[in-house]
Write a protein that binds this ligand. Structure first.
Ligand SMILES: [Fe+2]
Ligand SMILES: [Fe+2]
Length: 372
């Protein structure tokens, strides 16, 4: 499969019309399966720019998938983008390739942003076993030696993580800096197109990318419109999911632990207090009982006070508490839970101290167990 990747055409007063005309002729001769345009169709988001771009690019024989850039969002220009180039985000499947285009523009700003809603959407579109491709305008990593590195998406870290988790080694196509460039981030190939036809060209000549795609490899060529073609390289495409991304989330994610007994009296109260004392900041314990609570013995309260264990009011167990909990510990065998602690209710002061000691040991083990 052959994809031609063009970007930053910039209809308006930056346009070198001769370059667009030549590029359209060259691309038609290449007979690609698809042309992807990664944004900056115009300069000021005005109607005339989009209409001119549409009429000129209509000479392309292949299908065109266009997404907007920061310039297209100026002056409420996205309404004209939609009029001529369709939805702001789009996805299609070509053979074993999933191509997802997203809108990284922000109204009246040159910064880029994908946002959680679009990130979730693109994650849904990516398919395991396919080669997944993301097209956007802005950068997900900076391009070196271009004078500034400030063009990275505001939420680049989240976008990269979405790619790592759901893309399983895909391809990112972008534009924006008017510099062709490619690099690899773990298993993801990041490919930038330069500007097809703006006079603000930071290369010897206006240019575009040609991607020859096979099931396990991609050959990337940089085509200078007047100076000819340079083969950048042939890269292998792998599909395995990365090993490391999920573990950081599991480590930092919050955990709610629920201690349950029939009465939610002494044992569960001690467990709740000790767990909250020794657990890390991302964990929290509550306790509850399945039956109406018994009053905690006054001596036990005194001992717990000495041990700096505060006793909160008894709580009645609800379905909501069970659903809310990440891990449930039961002190009464008949109550179904993730774990059962075989600890009797303390009967005297000495018992209370022993119970607290035992619970502390079990709680420390529990923290380690549920951390990962
Ligand atoms: Fe641009
Ligand atoms: Fe741009």
């Amino acid at each position: 499969m052959r994809i031609v990747h063009i970007s930053d055409v910039h209809f308006g007063y930056e346009l070198r019309r001769d370059m667009v005309k030549k590029a359209v002729k060259q691309i038609n001769e290449l007979e690609p399966d698809l042309v992807i345009l990664t944004g900056d169709i115009g300069l000021w988001g005005i109607h005339q720019e989009f209409r001119d771009a549409y009429e000129t690019l209509s000479d392309l024989k292949a299908d065109l998938m266009a997404i907007p850039g920061n310039h297209d969002a100026r002056n409420d220009g996205l309404k004209y983008f939609k009029l001529y180039f369709g939805k702001l985000r789009k996805a299609l499947k070509l053979d074993d390739y999933i191509i997802v285009g997203v809108d990284s523009s922000m109204p009246d700003s040159d910064d880029g942003h994908i946002g959680s809603e679009q990130r979730e959407w693109m994650a849904e579109k990516f398919r395991k076993g396919c080669v997944n491709m993301l097209a956007l305008h802005h950068h997900i990593v900076p391009i070196p030696h271009t004078g500034r590195n400030m063009n990275v998406l505001v939420d680049a870290a989240e976008v990269i993580e979405t790619l790592m988790t759901h893309c399983h080694g895909g391809i990112v196509l972008a534009g924006h800096r008017h510099v062709p460039y490619s690099t690899k981030l773990l298993r993801t190939h990041i490919i930038h197109a330069g500007t097809l036809s703006s006079y603000k060209v930071l290369m010897p000549d206006n240019n575009y990318n040609i991607l020859e795609l096979e099931s396990e490899s991609i050959t990337l060529k940089l085509r200078f419109i007047d100076l000819g073609e340079v083969e950048i390289g042939r890269f292998r495409i792998k599909h395995e999911p990365p090993e490391s991304t999920g573990i950081y989330h599991r480590l930092s994610g919050t955990r709610k632990v629920l201690f349950v007994s029939r009465s939610n009296a002494c044992r569960t109260k001690i467990a709740e207090a000790i767990f909250n004392e020794i657990s890390p900041g991302n964990m929290h314990a509550v306790s509850a009982g399945t039956e109406p609570a018994k009053t905690i013995d006054a001596t036990a309260v005194k001992i717990l006070d000495e041990l700096s264990i505060g006793v909160s009011k008894p709580r009645k167990l609800s379905q909501e508490m069970l659903e809310d909990a990440d891990y449930v510990v039961s002190f009464d065998e008949e109550i179904k839970a993730d774990e059962y602690w075989d600890i009797r209710s303390p009967e005297n002061a000495e018992d209370c101290r022993k119970t607290a000691k035992k619970i502390e040991g079990l709680a420390r083990e529990l923290v380690r167990k549920i951390l990962v």
